[in-house]
Design a protein around this ligand. Structure first.
Ligand SMILES: Nc1ncnc2c1ncn2[C@@H]1O[C@H](COP(=O)(O)OP(=O)(O)OP(=O)(O)O)[C@@H](O)[C@H]1O
Ligand SMILES: [Mg+2]
Length: 406
């Protein structure tokens, strides 16, 4: 039966050959959005597969982990989720984009594809008072296009531990590091570089009798120079989270022109910490692509701690929806796999890559995966298995639709 239903699942529903109107959808006006079709191993029929955030209570949260090989449809699923979240809620959305032009919520598939795949033709209406439904934030840009904005990390929103990791670990080991740590405790001391200079001037006389006084001063001066020349940190003016992240638009943070992994990790870690402070009282959608880079099994750094916090505390206690995509589930931190509420495995993924995930996930895929790969010959894009921790013994076959926007 599985084989018969697989074959049916692969055939998309053809839309009639007629004029397809564009539907404009407003933020927060729908209760559930179809993102594909699914078929359980116990039911004979195929059902629509919905994304429905209101069906989840706050405590349950939602951590979605997507595993698929290259070009199978991970990003397409993220596009589906983001547009569905936009349509069903009024919460902030922040997604990190790894490839240039991967996400663009003003873009629609051509009519031929819309007909072929039987998807609706929609346009996301911008939030009230905005011209655009998305905001593109680019750290370290070469040049900015019209709708793009340079993304800097405000000094005021920064934690000292993240900053000292970024500027070099040794900084925090010195007495100067201790002085800075003390100064950092009051946020007003570090809203901008001039505020920081004032705070240092106020603090330093206390150390006048210290035998290392001159060394401390030297260190602090160098620290300030670092901050002044760093293009990634907004230190000249006092800026805060709401100067960059818009609570109503889709915030796309483009990491595609940063080559250095440490810088990427710094941006992700700092953004997550900043968002936690700003939006902990409300729910939020976070999408991270290539998440094994930010939370790998080995190593210990701020972005890993922030991602773990995201899936454990923020998703659990504050009801955030977290979307993590990866090609390498074997390289990702175990705590994240354990906390996944929903798992998608699209296309063919080698058994060796999956074994760690199947052992740790709270969904029981044992048996189902083998059966799936046995009956599935060559899989078209977007087809795979789906399991949810709310119903761990009943995984489904899914076919994700081509996203109508994104
Ligand atoms: N469910 C689907 N139905 C039809 N076409 C799809 C589907 N999913 C993806 N595609 C097609 O496959 C292409 C690649 O998809 P996508 O960018 O989502 O892959 P990816 O897994 O993110 O790849 P990468 O690993 O390179 O980031 C898309 O341009 C899209 O046209
Ligand atoms: Mg992709």
């Amino acid at each position: 039966m599985l084989k018969y239903n697989m074959a049916r699942l692969m055939l998309p529903e053809k839309q009639e050959d007629r004029f397809i109107p564009v539907r404009v959808v407003y933020r927060g006006c729908e209760s559930a959005v179809r993102i594909g079709w699914r078929h359980g191993s116990r039911t004979p029929w195929i059902q629509p597969h919905y994304f429905n955030p209101s069906a989840y209570s706050i405590e349950k949260g939602k951590v979605i982990v997507v595993v698929a090989g290259k070009g199978i449809g991970k990003t397409n699923l993220l596009r589906n989720m983001v547009q569905a979240y936009y349509r069903t809620t009024r919460n902030p959305i922040v997604v990190f984009q790894e490839k240039k032009d991967d996400l663009n919520f003003n873009r629609y598939p051509p009519v031929s594809k819309i007909k072929e795949y039987g998807i609706e033709r929609i346009r996301l209406a911008p939030p009230q008072g905005c011209r655009n439904n998305q905001r593109r934030l680019i750290p370290l840009p070469d040049e900015l296009k019209k709708d793009e904005m340079e993304y800097k990390l405000p000094l005021a929103e920064m934690d000292y531990s993240t900053l000292s990791e970024y500027l070099g670990k040794r900084m925090s080991m010195t007495v100067a590091g201790l002085v800075l740590e003390k100064i950092w405790r009051d946020r007003r001391n570090h809203t901008s570089i001039s505020a920081l200079k004032d705070a240092i001037a106020r603090e330093m006389p206390k150390f006048e009798n210290d035998p290392y006084y001159n060394q401390i001063l030297l260190y602090l001066e160098r620290f300030l120079i670092f901050l002044e020349i760093d293009r990634l940190i907004e230190a000249k003016r006092a800026k805060f989270v709401d100067n960059y992240i818009h609570p109503e638009q889709i915030n796309v943070i483009d990491l595609s022109n940063i080559g250095d992994l440490d810088i990427k990790r710094f941006v992700v870690a700092q953004t997550l910490n900043m968002l936690e402070r700003a939006y902990r009282k409300r729910e939020c959608f976070i999408g991270i692509t290539e998440s094994h880079i930010y939370a790998p099994e080995t190593g210990d750094f701020e972005s890993k701690r922030a991602t773990i916090r995201l899936v454990t505390v923020l998703a659990r206690s504050y009801g955030w929806t977290v979307f993590l995509e990866t090609q390498s589930p074997d390289a990702i931190e175990r705590i994240i796999l354990e906390n996944a509420d929903e798992v998608y495995i699209l296309g063919y993924v080698q058994r060796s890559k999956l074994s760690k995930m199947l052992r740790t996930a709270s969904v029981n895929f044992e048996g189902f995966i083998e059966l799936f790969y046995k009956v599935a010959g060559s899989l078209p894009k977007g087809i795979g298995v789906y399991g949810s921790a709310t119903d761990p013994y009943n995984p489904y076959l899914v076919r994700i639709q081509l996203s109508p926007v994104g």
